[in-house]
Design a protein around this ligand. Structure first.
Ligand code: UGA
Length: 440
């Protein structure tokens, strides 16, 4: 294998994981970020992204002299002699009207245009609307530099494992199949199936995958509601359908709705892409609407459990929310379904106290104190509560002393929006139990 000289621009989840993992595959990687404080911390081996194995991989790469950090993409290109591949791993947040905001990508291209060495390949790893590779090439305006799209499919909480054990590698290029092959070769050691295609298709694959996952979840959440009405058990239904290899067992657990920094952003972005192409993507619209409705449905479920009747008042009812992050195994609160449900509960007049094992380390942005108070002890959170509501599927919740929690609350009512806990266990501890898609 050829070890390549690589510059990675952006040291967020995707950038830092890409840099550290490519260094672990033997490449020489220089990571650039505009945030001076972040770069200084990384140089000191201080990794603030809580991802299993990432800090270790960064330390290994630095010790081996294959991974280093600088401030600014321009500095990276001046320092690296000469970069053969430049990865763009900068954020593409949801901008006005759901359209992806590409200003970070454009700023890097502006800054580095004249510094990129001839023959270098610019790789877009950020999730971007179809057509961005072409737009980047236009902006770059360099015939001697190829632009390829190489979307990333890692999940938060298992970023390193996903990067090093990918289901597939996708590389798309319009102008230079040779450049695409060079990029695919960076991952050769991983032995993953590789899809070489045009840039638009590569960009589309990323959106299509995330939107399919979102659709799967909206489908399962809708099925759960129907199961409740028909006295069927959604866990058995999903197990039953999941044995069909065309469906598969994964991504079929109902919950309070889906969220995070990727799925909602990408679903809205693809809808915008479709609108712009004059295509009414009704299935995607329904996927979003089903999710919005799911948050509201959770509130109604909690309302009924707490007051004993549909439409009862939650005013001044005290609720202990267990789990605030968008999923277990992360400290990320961005577009968290738990916070969406919390906001609706607050609007309905409830008083909220939250507990989340992922926030104990204080790595993430804080929760708005006007929305809820966060405490670092589940038994304190539960004190005098009218109900405990599980919103994130932290396995640690299973190991709590549910008898002690039943003693702490004002009313032993449990609403488990993730079907995480064994109803028999919590009932034995004295709680009444309500789940999702299963008879109470
Ligand atoms: C998602 C995709 O899964 C990755 O493949 C993709 O690379 C990434 O977005 C990205 O575009 O960067 P991530 O945002 O880390 O990864 O989160 P997921 O694990 O997909 O979870 C998304 C949401 O679905 C969470 O709120 C989670 O709790 C929910 N979920 C997931 C369920 O409610 N049930 C499930 O069975 C699975």
């Amino acid at each position: 294998m050829f070890a390549r000289n690589i510059v990675v621009v952006g040291t967020g989840y995707v950038g830092l994981t890409t840099g550290a993992c490519l260094a672990s595959l033997g490449h020489r990687v220089l990571c650039a970020d505009i945030d001076t404080a972040k770069v200084e911390m990384l140089r000191a081996g201080d990794v603030r992204i809580s991802e299993p194995g990432l800090a270790e991989l960064v330390a290994e790469g630095m010790a081996a002299g294959r991974l280093s950090f600088v401030v600014g993409a321009a500095t990276a290109l001046r320092e690296r002699e000469p970069a053969e591949v430049v990865f763009l791993c900068v954020p593409t947040p949801m901008g006005a009207g759901g359209v992806a905001d590409l200003s970070a990508v454009e700023a890097v291209v502006e800054e580095t245009r004249d510094l990129i060495p001839p023959g270098c390949v610019v790789v877009n790893k950020s999730t971007v609307p179809v057509g961005t590779a072409d737009r980047t090439a236009e902006l770059l305006d360099r015939e001697d530099v190829a632009v390829v799209s190489n979307p990333e499919f890692l999940r938060e909480g298992s970023a390193v494992r996903d990067f090093l054990n990918p289901d597939r590698i996708v590389v798309g290029s319009n102008s230079s199949p040779d450049a695409a092959e060079r990029v695919a070769a960076l991952y050769a050691r991983l032995g993953a199936p590789t899809v070489l295609t045009d840039a638009a298709s590569a960009e589309m694959i990323k959106y299509a995958a995330n939107c399919f996952l979102a659709m799967k979840l909206s489908y399962v959440n809708a099925l759960a509601e129907l199961c409740e009405r028909l006295d069927a058990d959604v866990a058995d239904v999903t197990e039953g359908i999941g044995f069909d290899k065309r469906i598969g067992q994964s991504f079929l657990v109902p919950g309070p709705g889906w969220g995070g920094s990727c799925l909602p952003k990408d679903v809205h972005a693809l809808l915008q892409v479709a609108d712009a192409a004059d295509f009414e993507f009704r299935l995607l619209r329904a996927t979003i609407d089903t999710n919005t409705r799911q948050f509201q449905r959770m509130v109604e479920k909690i309302r009924t459990a707490v007051t004993g009747r549909r439409g009862g008042s939650l005013t001044r009812r005290r609720l202990a929310l267990f789990g605030l992050t968008f999923k277990a195994g992360t400290d990320d609160l961005r577009a968290s379904p738990a916070l969406e449900v919390a906001a609706l509960l607050k609007q309905a007049g409830a008083e909220l106290v939250g507990y989340d094992p992922g926030l104990a380390t204080g790595g993430s942005a804080p929760v708005d104190p006007a929305l809820l108070t966060v405490v670092d002890d589940p038994y304190v959170a539960a004190k005098d509560a009218d109900a405990v509501v599980v919103l994130t599927e932290w396995p640690q919740f299973r190991g709590l002393d549910w008898t002690r929690l039943a003693d702490a609350v004002a009313r032993p009512t449990l609403v488990d929006t993730r079907n995480l806990l064994d109803p028999a266990v919590v009932r034995r501890a004295g709680f009444s139990w309500v789940g999702v898609g299963r008879a109470a």
